[in-house]
Design a protein around this ligand. Structure first.
Ligand SMILES: C[S@@+](CC[C@H](N)C(=O)[O-])C[C@H]1O[C@@H](n2cnc3c(N)ncnc32)[C@H](O)[C@@H]1O
Length: 236
């Protein structure tokens, strides 16, 4: 699963993740070897993804960025067989876990990529092709000196405005109030998007979003949970 791509990509000096060490279980290692060819898509900076071929017959395409162990991604794909789901995650054990779950559940409408989502967005996702983008419990980078690592920023919003179809929805969730407010502030100030929530930018959790692993962890620590949903205006 070497994802070097075939062209130079920008060297990003600030990334929204640090590669966590974490040993692969034997099952995850086997999944990466045996199931990656079935579900995985390699990074290639010279090629845009052709969703018509990848998800033949499925008109609605949904992307999850940073799916963690993939449990909630697989569940969403299973519950929504009419949509094609693309998941992106850099943490290898999470990718292995997701592959195992995908096979156990028998989902056909799921593909996985393993690389910085910002590279994939920039080089491989064509304009106006996504019906929804999910960003659930992104790394909060709660120390002030790390705020620059937060994935939700101007560049991310520009990419969302480019890859979503007009009317497509960016759905984010976090258990850090400070990050929720940062997300809301960013999105409310962006005239390309319409807030689907209350005046503060927060929405009730929609039924299709499963509880995620990190959400459960946050709840154990007594954190709240904030969902934010913003629709790309039709006049892009
Ligand atoms: C806090 S975890 C949340 C995982 C999952 N969404 C959940 O709620 O359980 C954030 C995940 O995003 C991944 N991640 C962060 N930045 C990323 C990026 N730029 N591209 C791909 N994955 C990223 C991390 O590896 C990590 O697994």
């Amino acid at each position: 699963m070497e994802n070097t791509g075939q062209a130079d990509t920008k060297k990003r000096s600030i990334r929204s993740f640090v590669k966590r060490s974490g040993r692969l279980t034997t099952g995850q290692q086997e999944a990466l070897e045996q199931l990656w060819p079935r579900y995985g898509i390699e990074f290639d900076a010279t090629k845009k993804l052709d969703f018509v071929t990848i998800f033949a017959g499925l008109e609605s395409i949904k992307l999850e960025i940073g799916f963690g162990n993939g449990d909630s991604l697989v569940q969403m794909a299973h519950n929504d067989p009419g949509s094609g789901y693309l998941g992106i995650e850099v943490h290898e054990p999470g990718v292995g876990h997701c592959l195992i779950k995908a096979e156990q559940t028998g989902v056909e409408n799921l593909r996985i990529m393993s690389r910085d989502a910002l590279d994939i967005l920039e080089y491989m996702i064509p304009d106006a092709t996504l019906d929804a983008v999910f960003l659930f419990f992104p790394d909060p980078w709660h120390k002030k000196k790390h705020h620059k690592r937060r994935i939700v920023n101007r560049l991310f919003r520009d990419e969302m405005a480019r890859v979503l179809k007009p009317g497509g929805v960016l759905h984010m969730a976090t258990d850090w109030q400070d990050y929720a407010e940062h997300m809301a502030e960013n999105m409310l100030a962006d005239e390309r998007f319409t807030n689907l929530g209350d005046e503060n930018g927060f929405s009730p959790k929609p039924d299709y979003r499963p509880q995620t692993k990190f959400e459960r962890r946050g709840l154990k620590f007594g954190h709240g949970v904030w969902d934010l949903m913003f629709r790309l205006s039709s006049s892009q």
